[in-house]
Design a protein around this ligand. Sequence first.
Ligand code: SAH
Ligand code: SF4
Length: 394
Amino acid sequence: MDLHRPIAYIRTMTTLDLNNPPATEPALINLAGMTRGELSAVLAPHFGLDAKKTKMRTSQIWRWMYQAGVREFAEMSDISKEMREGLAERFTLARPEMVERQVSTDGTRKYLLRMGPGIEVECVFIPGVGRAGALCVSSQVGCTLNCTFCHTGTQNLVRNLTAAEIIAQVLAAKDDLDEWPSDREDRNLSNIVFMGMGEPLYNLDHVAAAIDVISDGEGISLSRRRITVSTSGVVPQMEKLGNDTSAMLAISLHATNDALRDELVPINRKYPIAELLEACRNYPGASNARRVTFEYVMLKGVNDTDEEARELVRLLKGIPAKINLIPFNPWPGSPYECSSWGRIEAFADIVNRAGYASPIRTPRGRDIFAACGQLKSESVKKRASDIRREAAIS
Ligand code: SAH
Ligand code: SF4
């Protein structure tokens, strides 16, 4: 389990004295992104702290990291100079490298973050969504599932992200949006959605640990009710998601019959619609005040008839639900087209008349390729270039 493995950064020397070659310095351990338990576990032995002092120091540093958002130990003004220097010798508060930052004409911001060599993920800030604005985070690099309409699905999984790497996306976005301290009144970042790259329920332990940190009231302090986890339908993990995180649930439904869903969302062959909806009925904490969101991507001539809108209403009967109609976001080589605006409205009308809120999600950040399902990291391009290079050599 790599949950407790801190990200290490190597210090680089700027000068080299050939007469006195430098002793190899130990890697700095990154505290930013750690859980309380991880933080205590590294601080106690380093400073020789007893249990009481460990708890006290952990809370203190926790607040500086997640409440104030400092990136230098020197800024921790209520900690002695000696201890701050001790911290800086062994630890860091570094953020992942921001390889690219794009701002859309509609204010959407897309970040490409490098977690390590070849490990790049995208996350997207969307203003005006949720209470103030939502950050869409990735849970994996790529995805093992192959939903036919999703760009991320065309990228082979590189790996699960650690909890620290998920939290690092939030820290990087807060830095960029100037969202510190976390308890400021005019927050722009109010919601988190796990709708970036990857299937969060295939990485649930790390996602749950990240949600614990993000929702902690002495830190980033985003309410669990404003954190939504979207799944393609990993039925056996859904109850655990509810029990462990109290997060809001979103389901990528996209079809109203198994034959079509088998094709669009292939995990349906394992967990068909009836089983998926049963798990939604039993989702811990679901109620009229905490509805399950059903995402439905509008694909021209594939899943967008009036009949399917009526079938959708019938299927969701008895589930506290809201329906999110997503205009399909095309990507190069994608095999579908987006339904016409009129068709989407007609579909929405049927769903609305049945009493469901069904906002049509306005495509955001299309100009910078930041919309749903368009996320795909550079690692694939790299792999493709590696393949070309290998082919050229052999
Ligand atoms: N793997 C999870 C979460 C990430 S996908 C899931 O599938 O739920 C986030 C949302 O974007 C899902 O509802 C997904 O179906 C949708 N999506 C994927 N590709 C899309 C595209 N090209 N256009 C519109 N929505 C898309
Ligand atoms: Fe993976 Fe979700 Fe894309 Fe399907 S829609 S391929 S589960 S990221």
